[in-house]
Ligand binder design. Structure first.
Ligand code: NAP
Length: 250
């Protein structure tokens, strides 16, 4: 079997109804994984794509703004598809405002989804993985895991935090068969970046800095997600893998 094959694996992807989560879910299914999509919005297109790849699909309705559903997500995944081998913490939000007037509500909302729930869902998944032969956890980081950004204080804090957490969890679980890594997407065409793409001067500035000369498409993230989910990455721990069209090379 190819070292990149995910046949027989069960992957949980949060926020898989759209954008990068959808791209990742499709790529994992094409590599052989059954997929559980977790989120607030029914993932109809993702379900169709996973089934078209010949894989099993299950949707779990959950609001990841609180950690209340994390135990249920793991239990329902195991009960329905018979295991949990891969977790992709993809669900995330962003709030834009000048730091000088940034509100507590915009701080808490972003930190809760992007960082707090990602940690506690990883903890719940790892409790299963550590007892059942290991697994792979992939966090979706950002260029703002490396850079400061502008007008997105809670987002930068959450994505810098997720990079640190990825390394901490790798340190604790690497010897026990659970790989924890992150993918840091550059600038991708999704709902998350709609405001940037609509702003002519920001759009022009961003494009001018991307060596690849274009925004990323959600399908561009699939290869990295398949790699980090696969046997080929068994000795890869605690890395933050940029998929950014060369942005960080500039
Ligand atoms: P997106 O299209 O806005 O998708 C975000 C996903 O997260 C959606 O499925 C959304 O579900 C889900 N989500 C948000 N809040 C949730 C909650 N409380 N409970 C459950 N699900 C929730 O944005 P995206 O660009 O694909 O973002 C995916 C991830 O990539 C995020 O972590 C983001 O920070 C990261 N990222 C994106 C870029 C980029 O350029 N696009 C760059 C770096 C990192 P709903 O549809 O129900 O809201």
């Amino acid at each position: 079997m190819s070292p990149f094959s995910l046949e027989g694996k069960v992957a949980v992807v949060t926020g898989a109804n759209t954008g990068l989560g959808q791209g990742v879910a499709e790529a994992l299914a094409k590599a052989g994984a059954d997929v559980v999509a977790v989120g607030r919005t029914p993932p109809a297109d993702t379900e169709a794509a996973v089934k078209a790849a010949g894989r099993r699909f299950h949707a779990i309705s959950a609001d990841l703004g609180s950690i209340e559903p994390v135990g249920r997500i793991v239990q329902e995944t195991v009960d329905t598809l018979g295991g949990l081998d891969i977790l992709v913490n993809n669900a995330g939000i962003i709030r834009r405002a000048d730091a000088i007037e940034f509100t507590e509500a915009d701080w808490d909302a972003v930190m809760d989804v992007n960082l707090k729930t990602a940690f506690f869902l990883s903890q719940a998944a790892a409790k299963h993985m550590l007892k059942n032969g290991g697994g792979k956890i992939i966090n979706i980081a950002s260029m703002l895991s490396f850079q400061g950004g502008i007008r997105v204080p809670s987002y930068t804090a959450s994505k810098s935090g997720i990079a640190g957490l990825t390394k901490l969890l790798a340190n604790e679980w690497a010897a026990k068969g659970v790989n924890v890594n992150a993918i840091a997407p550059g600038y991708f065409e999704t709902n998350n970046t709609e405001a940037l793409r609509k702003d002519e001067s920001r759009n022009r500035d961003i494009l001018a800095r991307i060596p690849a000369g274009r925004w990323g498409d959600p399908s561009d993230l699939g290869g990295a997600a398949v790699f980090l989910s696969s046997r080929a990455a068994d000795y890869v721990h605690g890395t933050i893998l940029p998929v950014d069209g060369g942005w960080l090379a500039r």
